[in-house]
Ligand binder design. Structure first.
Ligand code: EPU
Length: 345
């Protein structure tokens, strides 16, 4: 176990924001973490767990000890009459895992192709796209308690999944949250053999019609989702970003009816529980932000929900832009947009 000092974090966050970690340990196996916890000085330090850095905004140098998760490996753990249980190390790249499962004939993750980040980060914000959420395919995960070094196994109920939310996003005050209390080391997925394509998303349906596809395979959906995402979302390798910057807000049917009276074209979806989800991208575009910039931070031209780094943006510039967007959306619609990424520094 090596404690690296003053490590540049620009290559470790998809916004490409310049910042450094005062101390960083690469956790390639569980014993690396146990060595950190076995050292009285390191064990007492506040810690920040870094995965693929695809859902963070660095607003300064990181003082807590950074534990960079690099635990690799993916395998078929079990095949039973109902399906496949696949296990992956927390440091694996999410998209590569999805591609591998589809190639191996274990379908189910294909709608979530090309989401940036690591496997270990995927439960934290319960990633999702094109009608499928992480929790729909989740089996269980293993994590290490950062106080005791004990290994825990958590099932879906214990992870407390919600829309872009889980127990890992909440502080432990009150006893519920596991934020900063555990490191996720491996994740298992249950991929049923009774596979059915998840369709019904307008862009996927349009692609099927264009290509005359009536019975899409998992591989076809994988390719279609990749094509759709490449068309409308910026590639973080080319233009720094953290995917959707805000969550899609939920309102009551009464609030929605009130907004529709003023804004008849507002994009909204009724949820099973009666609430109504609004498209944050539409709200931001309606306020005139699409394609605009504040300093080096900007709003992506093709999807207003994505903030981008147009050059050497600082985390402060990104948060200033985010704040200005929140203010205009609140002033016009009375809706508070909640950021998705974690602000660090
Ligand atoms: N829209 C606009 N203007 C925009 C962007 C969107 O009017 O600038 C409208 C679209 O026309 C559409 C609606 O908003 O009617 C929804 O847009 P889209 O299908 O692009 O999805 P989204 O709600 O903006 C969510 C996820 C994405 C995920 C897509 C596809 C959240 C916060 N974001 O975006 O996730 O890829 O659905 O399932 O839920 C991410 O989390 O990083 C991410 C990219």
């Amino acid at each position: 176990m090596l404690v690296e000092k003053n490590v540049p974090l620009q290559p470790c966050n998809t916004f490409h924001i310049v910042a450094k970690a005062f101390s960083l340990v690469r956790v390639t196996q569980v014993t690396d973490l146990l060595e950190v916890l076995g050292d009285a000085h390191l064990r007492a330090q506040p810690k920040f767990i870094l995965g693929g850095g695809s859902n963070i905004v660095l607003t300064g140098d990181v003082k807590p000890l950074v534990l960079k998760v690099e635990i690799m490996g993916k395998r078929l753990l079990e095949e039973n009459p109902r399906g496949f249980i696949v296990e992956a190390g927390a440091g694996e790249n999410w998209h590569e895992l999805v591609a591998w499962t589809v190639q191996q004939g274990y379908p189910g993750l294909e709608n979530m192709a090309l989401i940036p980040g690591t496997v270990g980060a995927s439960p934290v914000q319960n990633i999702g796209a094109y009608g499928v959420e992480f929790q729909d395919r989740f089996h269980s995960l293993d994590a290490i308690d950062l106080q005791t070094g004990q290994e825990l196994r958590l099932d879906a109920a214990q992870c407390g999944f919600g829309y872009r939310d889980s127990v890992f996003k909440h502080a432990s005050s009150g006893g519920f949250g596991l934020k900063d209390r555990v490191m996720i080391i491996r994740v298992r997925f249950f991929l049923p053999k009774a596979w059915k394509p998840v369709l019904g998303y307008a862009e996927l349906d349009r692609k099927m019609a264009e290509q005359g596809v009536t019975h899409p395979t998992a591989a076809w959906i994988f390719d279609a989702v990749c094509a759709i995402r490449r068309h409308k979302l910026p590639d973080p390798a080319v233009l720094g970003n953290a995917g959707s910057f805000f969550k899609n807000p939920t309102v009551t049917p009464e609030q929605c009816a009130d907004i529709i009276q003023r804004e008849p074209r507002i994009v909204h979806y009724r949820l099973d529980d009666g609430a109504v989800k609004l498209a944050a991208g539409w709200l931001i575009e309606a306020c005139g932000w699409k394609g605009k910039s504040v300093g080096n931070a900007g709003v992506y031209e093709r999807q207003a929900l994505v903030l981008v780094n147009r050059g050497q943006a600082t985390g402060g510039e990104v948060m200033t832009l985010a704040g200005a967007i929140q203010t205009s959306v609140y002033e016009r619609f009375g809706i508070k947009l909640e950021p998705e990424p974690v602000v660090v520094g």
